[in-house]
Design a protein around this ligand. Structure first.
Ligand code: GDP
Length: 425
């Protein structure tokens, strides 16, 4: 028999209320042991929780959800306790003493929901993103994934492939010649249209862009004003500034959300070609590595032009610096604040274009890989002449789709995914 698990599902105590959840075959027996009897299903009931006639644990709101139509697909109970540490400790200890009960592992409630078919894998991944969402854009994308928008799309694709597979099977069963010319003329068009649809999805911005933020790297020669501008942008005194060349030796990063758009700003060591300082040289190497991973580089230099493809920033304009630049994208002064708002606005607009649109489902690396496999198999199927091989390609497309919603999963994969959740979720 499955264990019955319990965990504190609300935030860290002390708090006004603490929610302890129980899931599994003994959830009802445990609730009734503590609360005296089982309350009416799905109705909040105010009870005194006791371990014995004399020992009162707490007065709490309790809820009883008999399975299988529950969040986990099992019998589920909730205790809404007073959120003090000692109250929670006493209730947890009482639960541990009840037979068949144990503490839940991270993500175990959600894992049970998946195992019992309450949610599919794409929805579970969306849920993990929703719980870690820190900006508005992240939240809106995650909620779309968690509420099954992508799963529905995958089901639609899968149905269409099944229809095409059936057409191929018919040719294999009844066709005179083993040639795709026996397939209905619209067969190829349908497959090509589906492959194009997948391509369009694959070219969308990825979920990682949302999770990690849009990477903006400040670069340029020493003393260009990088650290000062970095501080102005992150609205914080996060970097050390000094009138000495080579002050910023490591790459300093700071994640901030501007107008709900996640950014990762990086301040780098000044890029000097020759330095005798070993630590500064390492800093310069790290700066180059950061530049390689940047979505956007802000190039600050008093004179001359930066590398191609970067935004030229004339910094320290209050001192007349950058006046010789051909056409800087922005002219700013971190000292007077001139141009900073315009730069920030431009950054937000640029980053937004590289991010999933609000409410759009964004694919993570795993999903992107499976969808790319599906597209390759579809296009390979289009190129085949032998219906047997076409059928095999279409079968592979279905395998990729099954992987997306978790019809085929491995324990390792599930451990990794559900390990991302906290205990109690
Ligand atoms: P970095 O080496 O490129 O990071 O440059 P810093 O940000 O450390 O700035 C070098 C020097 O220039 C410091 O003394 C700053 O106070 C000064 N500075 C930076 N930005 C401005 C600015 O916009 N105007 C003026 N007048 N001085 C600035």
């Amino acid at each position: 028999m499955t264990d019955t698990i319990f965990a504190l599902s609300s935030g860290s105590p002390p708090a006004a209320i603490a929610v302890v959840r129980l899931s599994g075959p003994r959830a009802g027996a445990c609730l009734s042991a503590l609360a005296g009897s089982l309350p009416e299903p799905r109705r909040a009931s105010y009870r005194t929780l006791r371990v014995s006639r004399e020992t009162v644990l707490d007065r709490a709101l309790v809820l009883w959800f008999p399975g299988p139509r529950t969040a986990t697909g099992e019998d589920l109970a909730e205790l809404h306790l007073h959120g003090g540490r000692a109250v929670i400790a006493a209730v947890e200890s009482a639960l541990c003493d009840l037979p068949g009960m144990r503490r839940a592992e991270p993500g175990e409630f959600t894992r049970r929901a998946f195992a019992n078919g309450q949610i599919d894998l794409a929805e579970a991944e969306g849920l993990a993103d929703l719980l870690s969402a820190e900006t508005e854009l992240q939240r809106r994308s995650a909620i779309a994934m968690a509420s099954g928008a992508f799963s529905k799309q995958v089901e639609d694709w899968r149905d269409r492939v099944l229809t095409s597979s059936a057409a191929v099977e018919a040719v294999l069963d009844f066709g005179d010649e083993d040639d795709v010319s026996d397939l209905p003329p619209e067969f190829g068009q349908r497959i090509a249209a589906l492959a194009d649809e997948l391509s369009a999805w694959l070219s969308r911005p990825r979920a990682e862009a949302l999770r990690e933020g849009y990477r903006v790297v400040l670069a340029g020669p020493p003393n260009a004003g990088k650290s000062t501008l970095f501080n102005a942008l992150v609205e914080d005194e996060a970097a050390i500034t000094a009138p000495l060349a080579g002050t910023t030796r490591d790459v300093l990063t700071r994640a901030v959300a501007i107008e709900g758009v996640p950014f990762l700003f990086a301040d780098t060591a000044g890029l000097r070609d020759e330095t005798t300082d070993v630590i500064e040289a390492i800093g310069i190497d790290r700066a180059r590595a950061a530049l390689d991973r940047a979505d956007l580089v802000l190039w600050l230099g008093a004179e001359g032009d930066g590398p191609a493809g970067v935004w030229e920033i004339a910094a320290q304009v209050d001192r007349g610096d950058g006046a010789d630049k051909a056409a800087p994208r922005h002219a700013v002064s971190a000292l007077t604040g001139e141009g900073i708002d315009e730069l920030r606005r431009d950054l937000v607009e640029t980053a937004r274009r590289a991010m999933p649109r609000p409410g759009d489902v964004a694919l993570n690396t795993r999903q992107h890989g499976l969808l790319a496999d599906a597209e390759i198999s579809l296009r390979a199927g289009l190129a085949e002449r032998d219906p047997l091989l076409v059928a095999e390609r279409l079968r592979r497309v279905r395998v990729s789709f099954d992987g997306l919603v978790g019809r085929a999963t491995t324990e390792d994969m599930l451990d990794t995914l559900f390990g991302r959740f906290c205990i109690g979720k």
